[in-house]
Design a binder for this molecule. Structure first.
Ligand SMILES: *[C@@H]1O[C@H](CO)[C@@H](O)[C@H](O)[C@H]1NC(C)=O
Ligand SMILES: *[C@@H]1O[C@H](CO)[C@@H](O)[C@H](O)[C@H]1NC(C)=O
Ligand SMILES: *[C@@H]1O[C@H](CO)[C@@H](O)[C@H](O)[C@H]1NC(C)=O
Ligand SMILES: *[C@@H]1O[C@H](CO)[C@@H](O)[C@H](O)[C@H]1NC(C)=O
Ligand SMILES: *[C@@H]1O[C@H](CO)[C@@H](O)[C@H](O)[C@H]1NC(C)=O
Length: 620
């Protein structure tokens, strides 16, 4: 069966045209609404919003959805907006999810068409001079955060029915009357309103309580809810007990399994030499070192500026333990007699000759002169053995920090059962590590002369210094080895085109970095087990959640307490998603990625200092 050429023509030309027209029309109405807003609300700092330039890519403070059909976020904190927001401006943005106009000087009433935008989830209006909020009868059911603190809002609070609302803040306004019972689940949302009463604040005196708040109705509601939940608890607890017991049995099995692995892998300390000769397939025990030429023997090649004074014999005599077994070899931690600790990587299946190996080592050394790349200290090359010597990083890997476990003990889908002893990784630290890692990779790409790639970016290859500065490890090894790693833990980071062509590019490094970023934001493994035998990769999972819900559900639960950084988190998520674009050309370069992360940091620290300055002025 062949397509009629006319049908083919229609499909090829008209369909994209139809989609294009739709996209342009949607976006155009958003653009007009934004221009009306900018014209009506004066601002001290200039906005670069211009009818001639593209909204999604060049307007400051604007974020569009991925297909570029609508504006989903406006973030204009602290840019000196003053005056009143008219209706039919921002309220016309049908796809808006985030509106942040905090720390400005907006006064008057907030028009009712804003809180009724159906997709609106986050509304940040704290630190303005609003005198009232016009709540519509139909509030957006998606609202999760509403912050109106530090305004001049007066009047009474209506009863708002918002079951999904997680954060509400009316602090430091001029509200009066009683707090509706639907809102008393927000204990610290009403402080700083001297005329306000009712739970969670002081009880209202009967005289001042409005007659409409008859006490009998709320009581009936809460009673019926109570009996209902009691019944549910009955069946619920049975299920919980069964699930709980099963989970316990599973946990015991997992612990036993991990203990066995631990004993096998690193329980025994011993000389590096014995470990190396015991593992090698082609070497008889004690053969190591005797097979090489007399002149080469005992020669570790040290790079300039390296202060280690030990030789190969010292290294082999050092007590060693296995740190990890990866697709490209085994890594040991070796403690030399005078107290120095180093990491020795023993490569397997090196596919290049001596000359090429040495050239690559020169490159690795040059790229390693960067604070975010692990410096290569020395190497050893013989026919049977290839060893690399690095500094030891006592703070461990990002993988361990994030998931609380060592990667060697873990199958990729087990991530998530975190150690209880693990310290949570706070947002500041995650940002610092993300930026450091990005800079490290960008340095490899530029310093290595345009074509240099890493080829194996993953969280267990990001190590941390004492100051918790991120350092990219395993640099420059991919070109030496036979095949890209085939272990499943690596596959989750691999760009789709690499899985097909096995060809690593700088853009496939960007993809791997994107997966790493998503891993840091969600604390989920790159490969997700979804029901049955289905394995879903992290980018696909994030995209599917984001499409429906956006933000909160995606993020690591440990991050939910950092409400003030919510916008930063969303921006980081967007960078992550841009990096994992399916087509390589759509991904940013590593340099661009670094700049995007730096921009987030800068605007955030600026906002913080400006709001600090503001509160200094306000406090007498
Ligand atoms: C664009 O994406 C949104 C979801 O982000 C979706 O609702 C909309 O239908 C998409 N539009 C087009 C034209 O693909
Ligand atoms: C809002 O502020 C502007 C000047 O900043 C002033 O002209 C206007 O009257 C104010 N509006 C209200 C409702 O207070
Ligand atoms: C807020 O607006 C009122 C008038 O509506 C004005 O008197 C007051 O100074 C303003 N406060 C700030 C902090 O701008
Ligand atoms: C606070 O509200 C009360 C009554 O609701 C009003 O009389 C008073 O003027 C308001 N104060 C300010 C500073 O707006
Ligand atoms: C509301 O804001 C005030 C002042 O910033 C803060 O003390 C309070 O904890 C906040 N409440 C909520 C529920 O976020």
């Amino acid at each position: 069966m062949k397509f009629h050429p006319l049908i083919a023509f229609l499909l090829l030309v008209l369909l994209p045209l139809y989609v294009f027209v739709h996209v342009v029309a949607d976006l155009n109405s958003d653009k007009q609404a934004l221009l009306r807003f900018a014209a009506a609300v004066p601002h001290v700092r200039k906005l670069n919003w211009n009818a001639e330039t593209p909204v999604c890519t060049s307007w400051v403070g604007i974020t569009c959805n991925t297909n570029g059909t609508g504006v989903i976020a406006i973030r204009l904190p602290g840019i000196g907006l003053y005056g009143t927001i008219p209706a039919k401006t921002i309220g016309k943005l049908n796809d808006l999810r985030v509106l942040s106009l905090r720390s400005n000087d907006i006064n008057g009433s907030l028009p009712s068409d804003i809180p009724s935008i159906p997709s609106l989830q986050f509304l940040f209006l704290q630190h303005n001079n609003l005198s009232s909020i016009l709540f519509p009868t139909s509030l957006s059911p998606s609202l999760k955060v509403m912050d109106f603190s530090y305004n001049s809002i007066s009047g009474t609070i209506p009863s708002l029915n918002l079951p999904r609302l997680k954060v509400l803040n009316f602090s430091y306004n001029n509200l009066s009357g009683s707090i509706p019972s639907s809102l008393n689940r927000f204990p610290s949302a009403f402080i700083g309103n001297p005329l306000l009463c009712g739970s969670p604040l002081r009880p209202c005196s009967t005289v001042s309580s409005p007659p409409s708040a008859s006490p009998s109705i709320p009581q009936i509601v809460s009673q019926s809810r109570h009996t209902k939940s009691k019944n549910k608890l009955g069946t619920g607890s049975i299920v919980a007990i069964v699930v709980g017991s099963l989970a316990f049995v599973f946990l015991v099995l997992v612990v036993i399994f991990i203990c066995c692995l631990k004993m096998k892998n690193s329980g025994s300390r011993g000389m590096l030499k014995s470990k190396i000769s015991g593992v090698g397939k082609n070497e008889k025990p004690n053969d190591f070192g005797s097979g090489v030429q007399e002149a080469e023997k005992n020669k570790l090649f040290f790079f300039e500026g390296c202060s280690y004074n030990f030789d190969l014999e010292d290294l082999l005599k050092a007590s060693a333990e296995v740190l990890g077994k990866g697709s490209n070899g085994t890594t040991y931690k070796a403690a030399l007699e005078e107290g120095t600790q180093v990491v020795v990587k023993r490569l397997k299946e090196v596919a290049v000759g001596k000359k090429e190996f040495e050239q690559q080592m020169e490159l690795v050394e040059r790229v390693g002169r960067h604070p975010n790349v692990i410096p290569l200290r020395a190497y050893y090359y013989s026919k049977d053995e290839k060893l690399l010597v690095y500094n030891y990083m006592p703070a461990g890997s990002l993988f361990a920090l994030l998931h609380g476990m060592q990667p060697i003990y873990l199958s990729p889908t087990m991530v998530g059962n975190r150690n209880s002893g693990r310290t949570p990784l706070d947002w500041e630290l995650r940002m610092k590590i993300a930026l450091g890692t990005a800079r490290g990779i960008a340095n490899i790409h530029t310093e290595g002369g345009g074509k240099c790639t890493h080829g194996n970016i993953k969280s267990s290859n990001v190590l941390l210094t004492d100051e918790l500065e991120a350092c990219v490890s395993d640099v420059g090894l991919a070109p030496l080895l036979n095949a890209p790693g085939t272990m499943s833990r690596t596959i989750g980071y691999r760009a789709p085109e690499v899985i097909e062509t096995r060809k690593i590019t700088q853009k496939s490094d960007v993809y791997s970095f994107g997966v790493l970023l998503l891993e840091m934001l969600t604390a989920k493994a790159p490969l997700q087990q979804s029901g049955h035998d289905d394995v879903v990769d992290l980018p696909r999972w994030v995209r599917s959640v984001v499409r429906e819900e956006w933000t909160a559900e995606v993020f690591d639960v440990e991050l939910l307490r950092y409400q003030t950084f919510q916008e930063e988190m969303v921006q980081m998520l967007q960078i992550g998603l841009a990096c994992v674009a399916k087509t390589p050309d759509m991904r940013p370069t590593m340099d661009e990625t670094v700049r995007m992360i730096e921009d987030i940091r800068q605007s955030e620290s600026k906002n913080r200092t400006s709001s600090e300055a503001e509160s200094n002025i306000q406090t007498p």
